[in-house]
Ligand binder design. Structure first.
Ligand code: PLP
Length: 451
């Protein structure tokens, strides 16, 4: 059990994990809390600042998960905290569904300036990622008067019934919940590393495009009945896999040809994480609808569905939410945007590139590192049993994540066998170096165990 202090900015593990206070809470959790959550390891968080999380026993961890890519500005950024406190003292709730708030408009104007689409936009406010997706699904059906939706294998769009019907990440997420919303077809995601043996990248992407045009449209869903294609510009839960630019451009072409709406789900990859405000900007493609949540309000619950203005043509009563656009969440989002635009996005690009430069050689150096990929501070390290077969190393990936936890580093898995690197966007280069040293050490240990 390592009890080390790697540097003033590194983790400080002071007790056996979980510590005595954590153990008490875990006991209560086991008794009272829904067993449906998937906890990877027993972190009981107490407080946070920047990229550091302190647990209930005084252990300090370097956070490379950001509360599932949420705490974009770091934990408890002083500007975000001040904005929340000020708003909480003024007005907590009236409901944007029935009344008006000035800051609903202010945030919409700010987000409109960042929109990765030309022309005017409108926004709908909800409270979570899954609600942003539900709104996008309903809006797409409402506007096009069509029912069909295409989503992708590996996708995660949320767990409410509509979003769940698009999700195709893990069977457990759907087990015993059918029927979900009908009219959804899944297509292969352009996961270049997992292309069939012997295919070039270009051939593989062509085949992925052809699946939609030649298989889906010709056999199951007439294109004129397809309302929307939902895609994550960097697939998150599926394994931190960026969509190649050429593929996104082909999707745009298909959508334009058939009057289908292109929906970019930026719930995880958006809000500056990729080194640009919206990850789809890396592809030069404009979506029709974009969904956001997670990093947009630094941990306060806010979901946003933004579309080209002419698409948001639904009439009063079509869709709404009691809490959506809560004034405190909106103030948190405005403060978050200030931090991201001033420093967070640029830092995500710089520190992300630094990490990518450091970990890219691991593919040559480490027998179990099959692929490293991603953009900004949304990077994935894919762990395989064997480079030639690319056999997925799920348990070994989990073991690496556990070893890192014991050493004071918080990672999460993504997909079957990928480690996600998703720290706050204010991570320093020094913290990145400390963490990558530890991660590489953990990979080395697991490689030795599996020799
Ligand atoms: C891309 C994407 N869309 C939607 C969601 C659902 O968000 P929430 O958990 O806030 O409902 C997630 C959550 O991980 C996500 O990663």
């Amino acid at each position: 059990m390592p009890t080390q202090t790697l540097s003033a900015n590194g983790p400080k593990i002071r007790t056996k994990l979980p510590g005595p206070n954590a153990q008490k809470i875990l006991k209560g959790d086991a008794q009272y809390i829904s067993p449906s959550y998937t906890r990877s390891y027993p972190l009981v968080a107490k407080s946070g600042r920047g990229s550091i999380i302190e647990d209930v026993d005084g252990n300090e961890f370097l956070d490379f998960s950001s509360g599932i890519a949420v705490c974009s500005t770091g934990h408890c950024h002083p500007e975000v905290v001040a904005a929340i406190q000020k708003q909480a003292g003024e007005l907590i709730h009236m409901s944007g569904t029935d009344f008006y708030y000035e800051n609903m408009v202010t945030l919409a104007e700010r987000l409109a300036k960042t929109a990765p689409m030309s022309g005017p936009v409108r926004v709908y406010y909800g409270n979570s990622g899954t609600e942003a997706i539900e709104a996008a699904m309903k809006l797409a059906r409402y506007h096009t008067k069509r029912q069909g939706i295409i989503a992708f294998y590996g996708a995660f769009h949320g767990r409410t019934m509509g979003a769940l019907s698009l999700t195709a990440s893990k069977a457990q997420q759907k087990r015993r919940f059918f029927p979900v919303v009908p009219g959804v077809v899944h297509a292969p995601f352009p996961y270049v590393y997992r292309r069939p043996e012997g295919q070039t990248e270009a051939q593989f992407l062509k085949e992925c495009v052809s699946f939609i045009e030649d298989r889906v449209f010709k056999t199951i869903m007439p294109p004129e009945e397809c309302a929307a294609i939902f895609i994550e510009p960097i697939q998150g839960e599926g394994g931190y896999v960026p969509v190649p630019k050429e593929y996104m451009q082909e999707l745009r072409r298909i959508c334009d040809k058939h009057g289908i709406l292109l929906v970019a789900d930026e719930v995880q990859c958006g809000a500056g994480r990729s080194g640009k405000m919206w990850a789809i900007e890396h592809t030069g493609v404009e979506p029709d609808i974009i969904t956001m949540a997670k990093g947009i309000a630094s941990g306060m619950p806010l979901g946003v569905t933004m579309s080209r203005a002419e698409i948001m043509d639904w009439v009063p009563g079509s869709h709404a939410s009691t809490f959506g656009g809560n004034p405190i969440c909106i103030e948190a989002a405005l403060a978050t945007l200030n931090v991201l635009e001033r420093e967070g996005i640029a830092n995500a690009e710089a520190v992300g590139n630094h990490i990518l430069r450091r970990i890219t050689p691991w593919v040559q150096k480490h027998p179990m590192v099959g692929d490293v990929r991603g953009r900004g501070l949304m990077l994935g390290v894919e762990i395989v049993k064997d480079k030639a077969t690319r056999a997925t190393a799920h348990d070994e990936r989990d073991r690496i994540v556990d070893l890192a936890f014991e050493r004071g580093l918080l990672f999460l898995g993504a997909g079957e066998n990928t480690i996600r690197i998703a720290p706050p966007l204010v991570l320093t280069q020094e913290q990145a170096d400390i963490a990558m040293d530890v991660l590489e050490e953990c990979i080395g240990i697991v490689e030795k165990e599996n020799k």
